[in-house]
Design a protein. Structure first.
Length: 364
């Protein structure tokens, strides 16, 4: 169950009135959705994200979480994540309050431990504040912390990236996400790129940063379990795994998407109700399951596929096999087999991660 953020002004600020109205809408929708979807379902992950939920007071976040407990059947070992950014009201006292309320995982948008890189990204925090935010969460009692990192940033050097990785590892978080900066049309960064004010890093350097991160994290005892995520054993993000394995989830908040009973929908907070209501075909679901499942380093397990869809993976995608031959030949894709030589599953190799989008697109 992901909880999204409210609307903010052009400077990323909220008014007290806006926050109160937003909180009231969220609580109203939790009650309403609970009446519709709670029966027969158990909640094993809750994710407060989509921005910076910590702009809300601790008592507001606690009230929202309490309403979820009242409206849904929440398991005692539920993973409850709160996204936060350094410098965004992340003091130890507030974090202790949130831990007592039931939040047990925190995801901090550090991005970098280099001040020059943070300045390039336009972040409001510096490296010292990023470290302080992590230590505040640890001191408050959080035993499951994720740090979000970013590489491939214009002007970033390999040394800066490796220093950030070393600093991250020294802090010993349970989970680390690492993403390459993508220049998307319509963003301020893309405009700067078009104006020639920034230059993209070369593909070679971007890939060297990516594979360097994988190697450093593995050497430090982290498991690289998804294209852009690594964790200590047993600390894989339960919530995100739902997206990658096509499990049901209910999104609450502006533009929050849901996937329930094979149907996708997004609730429009302008008052028009559901802005999208699309029933996936069984093949759509099998295709998406494969596309997202190949993001996982373990890949697609044929037995799990058959249990979920009642169909044989190789038969369903028999017409795609020829397109995959070049990836098998190049060592980018591997079908693993049992001792008896029976095909058991399909996964992208570490060598193939650089062309993962091409491989996954075959199944769309």
């Amino acid at each position: 169950m992901p909880i999204g953020r409210g609307e903010e002004d052009e400077n990323g600020r909220y008014t007290i009135s806006d926050i109160q109205v937003y909180k009231d809408k969220i609580i109203r929708d939790i009650k309403g959705f609970g009446a519709i979807y709670s029966l027969g379902r158990k909640v094993n992950s809750i994710f407060f994200g989509g921005g910076t939920p910590t702009v809300l007071k601790g008592e507001d976040l606690t009230e929202i979480l309490s309403q979820i407990y009242l409206s849904f059947d929440v398991l005692t070992d539920c993973e409850i994540t709160l996204e936060a950014n350094p410098g965004s009201q992340m003091d130890e006292t507030k974090l202790r309050e949130l831990l007592r309320a039931g939040f047990n995982r925190i995801s901090i948008g550090v991005q970098s431990f280099n001040d020059n890189v943070l300045s390039t990204l336009g972040r409001i925090h510096n490296s010292a504040e990023a470290e302080a935010a992590f230590k505040a969460a640890r001191q408050a009692g959080f035993e499951n912390i994720n740090l979000d990192l970013m590489f491939g940033i214009p002007g970033q050097t390999m040394k800066q990236w490796e220093d950030t990785l070393r600093k991250t590892i020294s802090l010993n978080p349970e989970h680390i996400s690492f993403y390459s900066l993508q220049l998307e049309e319509g963003t301020p960064y893309f405009k700067l790129f078009e104006e020639g004010k920034i230059t993209e890093l070369s593909d070679d350097l971007d890939r060297a940063m990516y594979h360097g991160a994988i190697n450093m994290l593995k050497s430090a005892g982290y498991k690289h379990y998804e294209i852009s995520n690594a964790s200590k054993p047993g600390f894989e993000c339960r919530h995100n795994l739902k997206y990658w394995t096509l499990e049901e989830y209910l999104g609450i908040g502006p533009s929050a998407s849901s996937y329930i009973d094979g149907k996708r929908f997004t609730f429009d907070y302008s008052g028009e109700g559901y802005s999208e209501n699309h029933q996936n075909s069984n093949f759509d679901n099998m295709s998406e399951y494969t596309f997202t499942g190949l993001r996982l380093t373990g890949g697609i397990d044929y037995g799990s596929f058959k249990s979920k869809f009642g169909a044989d993976f190789r038969e369903v995608f028999s017409d795609r096999w020829k397109e995959l031959e070049e990836f098998f030949t190049a060592g980018f894709l591997k079908e693993y087999v049992s001792i008896e030589g029976i095909p058991m599953g399909l996964r992208i190799t570490e060598k193939g991660l650089d062309v993962s989008n091409k491989i996954m697109s075959v199944f769309v």
